[in-house]
Design a protein. Structure first.
Length: 468
């Protein structure tokens, strides 16, 4: 009995020792630590049973002496391999971390540019058109993100662009501190931005429609607002993230299992205008994913904005009302994107769309977008899921209630194709045509201009989106 007790105690001590050291010993012997021989029965001491030579030598001795079975030896060797693998990862991670100077840890640099060639004609009054044929850099974004801790950091986007005189100008697009609060029930993956940050709508839509390089989204192209503003905001998901979102929908952004949300308070003037009034604009987006398991790509969104225009009316001396009400439906699949939106606005951020009495005009607008990736693997496996064909239609009525004009509208049609050369680096070709009503101005953001009768606009465009 004493011999058995002594043998058991000795076995326990050896087992503890092996659990922390066996992995490195196995590697030293040239055998993968996770390689497992088949389990066998227990070999008694002096029985003449030869232990499997694929075990570590120390385990072989214990098997021969009958202290452990081959099954127990396999479990020990597997556990030791797991511990050794984890320790190796931690050591490699620590070495990598210490190799980077402390000020550069958590620092990430990115760049995004739209290299454009366009040829076409722009509208002029009384049916006139002005032709153009030019190369341009539509955007040059330099992005810097710094992760300070697991829950806070900062971001800067520097925007290099060309003004109307052809001069290259530099300005800030984003500059904000961000904070990541803890989850609160269904409200998960939260992120707060303080400073010049994202507004709730456009960043969401630009991650559904991948062709910002072609031009701005419908509500921004119509001149209602732009994509960044000074203020504070909070966004997050409902119910955590959708599992395998990128595989199931083709999109890993704003991938809340039950939807996502974003709300904020801003100056309202946008990122390249100064604040001229004391009013603040309240904005919010609510997106629901009603059937995450059955139809994961289907989302229903509402966006609302309330405030005042940034400039006083010359007619009454007041800041005009400014609001937006939008409904949006989107369906995303790795091969198909379908969207439809309807929105009405009272005025715009600049306070320039006005009735004769100085109050803001109501506008009515809608848009449709489709993108398809045809199955071409039989023809070219490389092209499959890289080749895209898309179409977009926008309708804008700048004077919904005909307070100034009956035909202050435009209808825009865009069709083309895009090839994703590598991840989010596109070559895009498209044709764009806009039919203006008789009472529209000469720009898509213009106020109604009765009897202006602008000519139609059309262009052929090629763009390379450079992103890294």
């Amino acid at each position: 009995m004493k011999s058995i007790a002594y043998k058991g105690s000795w076995g326990i001590i050896i087992l503890i020792f092996l659990s922390v050291s066996l992995g490195s010993m196995a590697v030293a012997e040239g055998m993968p630590a996770t390689e497992m021989p088949s389990a066998g029965g227990k070999a008694s001491a002096g029985s003449g049973v030869v232990a499997d030579s694929t075990y570590d030598p120390l385990l072989q001795v214990l098997i021969k002496k009958g202290i452990i079975t081959e099954k127990e030896a396999a479990e020990i060797q597997q556990e030791a391999g797991r511990i050794n693998k984890q320790q190796s990862k931690e050591i490699a991670k620590q070495v990598q971390k210490e190799a980077v100077p402390k000020p550069l840890r958590g620092l990430k640099f990115q760049m995004l540019s739209y290299l454009d060639y366009s040829a076409g004609e722009k509208p002029q009054s009384s049916g006139g058109q002005k032709s153009y044929n030019r190369f341009a850099i539509k955007r040059g974004y330099f992005r810097v993100t710094k992760k300070i801790t697991s829950w806070m950091g900062g971001h800067l986007t520097y925007d290099v662009h060309q003004d109307g005189d052809g001069n290259w100008k530099n300005r800030l697009k984003y500059l904000f501190a961000y904070f990541k609060p803890h989850d609160l029930g269904l409200l998960t993956d939260m992120k707060a931005e303080v400073g010049l940050g994202h507004i709730p709508w456009l960043d969401f839509q630009e991650h559904v429609n991948p062709y910002r390089c072609q031009g701005t989204m419908p509500i921004e192209r119509a001149g209602t607002f732009n994509s960044a503003d000074l203020g504070v905001s909070l966004r997050g998901n409902f119910g955590g993230e959708l599992e395998d979102a990128n595989i199931r929908t083709g999109n890993h952004h704003y991938a809340g299992k039950l939807g996502s949300w974003h709300m904020g308070v801003y100056n309202g003037s946008g990122y390249h205008s100064k604040e001229n009034n004391g009013n603040k604009v309240v904005e919010g987006r609510l997106t629901l994913r009603p059937l995450p398991e059955l139809i994961p790509g289907l989302q229903l969104s509402y966006f609302g904005l309330y405030g005042e225009g940034n400039n006083k009316s010359d007619m009454n001396g007041d800041y005009p009302d400014y609001q937006v009400q939008m409904g949006y439906i989107s369906y995303e699949h790795p091969r198909v994107i379908l969207t439809g939106e309807y929105f009405v606005t009272e005025g715009n951020k600049d306070g320039k769309w006005l009735k004769p009495n100085g109050d803001a005009l109501w506008t009515e607008n809608y848009s449709f977008f489709v993108n398809m990736k045809p199955p071409v693997s039989a023809m070219s496996p490389w092209l499959d899921r890289k080749l895209n064909f898309f179409f977009r239609y926008d309708h804008v009525d700048r004077d919904k209630n005909n307070k100034i004009a009956d035909d202050a509208t435009y209808d825009m049609y865009i069709g083309g194709g895009a090839l994703e050369v590598v991840h989010e680096n596109y070559i895009l070709m498209d044709y764009e045509y806009t039919d203006f009503g008789d009472d529209f101005g000469n720009e898509k953001s213009a106020a109604p201009d009765p009897d202006n009768n602008p000519g139609n606009e059309h262009k052929f465009q090629m763009v390379y989106q450079l992103k890294f």
